[in-house]
Design a protein. Structure first.
Length: 225
């Protein structure tokens, strides 16, 4: 049986987890201890969330650069743009571009948080000429935005919105090419297996087949042999 792959989580559980630990390696030390105690399989993403730019400074970016060189840190994020942030889109863009530069330097995929700023996000990807994978996490937007993202080479991760039959994610997941799709539980207290069962029902796939597909996507995007 293939493991579940949880591409973005704040609550590790069964299968392969990519846990968001924010900006620093102190979290990683704590989580490594828990992994040993509970027998989890956990990797990490580190980054500066657009709602937390007050933490940004040369020290924060230097800490991220130090941390992403650890073997178990396999992604940068979640980072991105959010119009709800008290910081301007221009300031958010500057910090995002700094993290894109780190992603390029260390060849790590980006896990992207974006709220109502997709055109600016796409523009930044074009401006930076980034070549590493960008994964939109927690997608639950409309069809036009989905097609724009896919057209510009973004991977798409879908989460707990799949449990709501009225959500955009529920209705649009079938439009995401199978090899560009990921699943996650983010910060929700929902087991990743529940997300997979929901996705398998919408997609008309056996859960084991879906797990195989997500594992192949994970290995490809994160260059895991």
């Amino acid at each position: 049986m293939n493991p579940y792959v949880n591409i973005h989580t704040h609550h590790t559980g069964e299968g392969i987890n990519i846990q968001d630990v924010g900006e620093g390696n102190a979290w990683i030390d704590k989580e490594n201890q828990r992994e040993r105690e509970e027998g989890l399989e956990v990797f990490y993403s580190v980054g500066i969330h657009p709602m937390k730019l007050e933490q940004v400074g040369e020290d924060a970016l230097a800490c991220i650069e130090d941390t992403i060189q650890l073997d178990k840190v396999i992604a940068i994020g979640e980072c991105g743009l959010d119009r709800r942030s008290p910081f301007s889109i221009e300031e958010q863009g500057r910090i995002l571009e700094a993290q894109v530069a780190l992603a390029e330097r260390y060849r790590k995929p980006l896990i992207i948080h974006c709220v109502k700023a997709y055109s600016e996000l796409i523009a930044i990807r074009g401006k930076t000429k980034s070549t590493v994978p960008w994964i939109i996490h927690g997608f639950n937007n409309n069809e036009q935005i989905l097609q724009q993202l896919l057209g510009h080479g973004f991977h798409v991760s879908v989460g707990a919105a799949l449990l709501n039959a009225r959500s955009n994610a529920f209705h649009l997941i079938r439009q995401v090419p199978a090899d560009w799709l990921f699943l996650e539980n983010d910060d929700k207290e929902i087991e990743i297996s529940v997300i997979y069962r929901a996705a398998s029902g919408v997609l008309g796939l056996d859960v084991e087949e879906l797990k195989r597909m997500m594992l192949e996507n994970y290995k490809k995007v994160f260059a895991i042999k």
